[in-house]
Design a protein around this ligand. Structure first.
Ligand SMILES: NC(=O)c1ccc[n+]([C@@H]2O[C@H](COP(=O)([O-])OP(=O)(O)OC[C@H]3O[C@@H](n4cnc5c(N)ncnc54)[C@H](OP(=O)(O)O)[C@@H]3O)[C@@H](O)[C@H]2O)c1
Length: 332
């Protein structure tokens, strides 16, 4: 009975992975889902998983003993990256060591596009792939078999992080992608790929680029979003330094963990914000791959399909913005 351990099963990507793993597991597979804090798992998920015979346990990348307890006898384990920028390689090292001690054969990891860029010094890498590049090196040096997925930026980021900033920015998208296209991917598809890799659908020691189905500009995405509600937004492309100044003047923190985000429309530290645009502007996400469909059997979601889920949170045209009750009244 092969045992597969999915860590971070309660997270946004992790819960998509958990749902797909539960769907595709064979009757003889033993699944273990872990969460950093068990209390974070929604009751319905916990009950649904347990009803399917899935073991649920607590395990933190900061606590070796908790990892050793769940990795015993596992064939493969998966690790998602956390938000602990800078500390993530240490967390990964703990996971790798625990996997080695437990005789785990294979490790799956959710990396990021750009982690494989050839640079002279680590500091030459853009901010976001830096930790991932270090973690990939640790994994490759560990002797464990691996499957690494390098995710493109999520389509979901646009709805969750950028759209809420538009009204704050004077009904404009202050942007540093310089009109370059990018094949943004649905987070749900990244989660499904993780499950597929964990359950053995990948090739040994292979790195997969997980992309959306089409490369589009941020301007095209913005226009589509505006069309959904009639909201009017201006696309303003800026040099990185100017965008940095604009947000610094409004107190955007440099550090995601310790910064004060109250009064700001998004929880994205300065380097993260700038790097999202930089990754696109440098053309790192122009190419599409067939990885999502090949590993999951479902074609990758288009941005319109993903973003429709967030429509209730899109800004609306100024003349109707707080007048839902008026609109309802008129319809009656
Ligand atoms: N490609 C992209 O566009 C993109 C965008 C955003 C993020 N990312 C990367 O992808 C990762 C996953 O993203 P996401 O959207 O799924 O975010 P997320 O839900 O916050 O995922 C992070 C996961 O790590 C878990 N975690 C935190 N600290 C941990 C610890 N010490 N030990 C074990 N698990 C721990 C979290 O558990 P709790 O939920 O219980 O805290 C959560 O399950 C992010 O952390 C980031 O590195 C990529």
């Amino acid at each position: 009975m092969p045992k597969y351990v999915l860590t971070g099963a309660d997270g946004k990507l992790g819960s998509a992975a958990a749902a797909f793993a539960a769907e595709i597991a064979k009757p003889e597979d033993k699944l273990v889902f872990t969460a950093y804090k068990l209390s974070n798992i929604p009751k319905e998920s916990l009950e649904a998983w347990q009803a399917k015979g899935i073991e649920v346990a607590g395990a933190s990348y900061d606590d070796t003993a908790s990892l050793l307890a769940v990795f015993q006898g596992a064939d493969a384990v998966s690790m998602v990256s956390t938000w602990a920028f800078g500390d993530r390689p240490k967390q990964a090292a703990r996971v790798i060591e625990a996997a080695q001690q437990c005789g785990v054969r294979r490790l799956c990891y959710t990396s990021f596009v750009g982690a494989g860029l050839e640079v002279e010094k680590e500091e030459d890498l853009p901010f976001l792939p830096r930790d991932h590049a270090r973690i990939e090196k640790l994994i490759k040096a560990s002797g464990l078999e691996y499957n690494i997925q390098r995710n493109y930026l999520y389509q979901d980021n646009i709805a969750e992080l950028f759209v809420p900033s538009w009204p704050f920015c004077g009904d404009s998208w202050l942007n540093n992608t310089h009109h370059v296209r990018a094949a943004y991917v649905a987070r749900d598809d990244c989660g499904r790929v993780l499950a597929a890799l964990l359950l053995g659908r990948g090739q040994p020691n292979k790195v997969y680029h997980v992309t959306g189905p089409e490369a589009v500009t941020d301007g095209q995405i913005m226009d589509w979003i505006c069309d959904q509600t009639g909201y009017q937004c201006e696309f303003i492309d800026m040099p990185d330094a100017e965008l940095r100044r604009w947000w610094a003047d409004r107190g955007l923190p440099e550090d995601a963990a310790t910064g004060d985000f109250s009064g700001l429309p998004m929880k994205l530290c300065m380097e993260d914000l700038l790097c999202c645009g930089e990754m696109v502007a440098r053309g790192y996400m122009l190419e599409t791959s067939d990885v999502v469909e090949r590993l999951t059997g479902r074609r990758p979601l288009r941005f319109r399909e993903t973003l429709m889920k967030y429509k209730a949170n899109f800004p609306v045209a100024a003349d109707t913005s707080d007048c839902d009750h008026v609109a309802n009244h008129c319809r009656e």
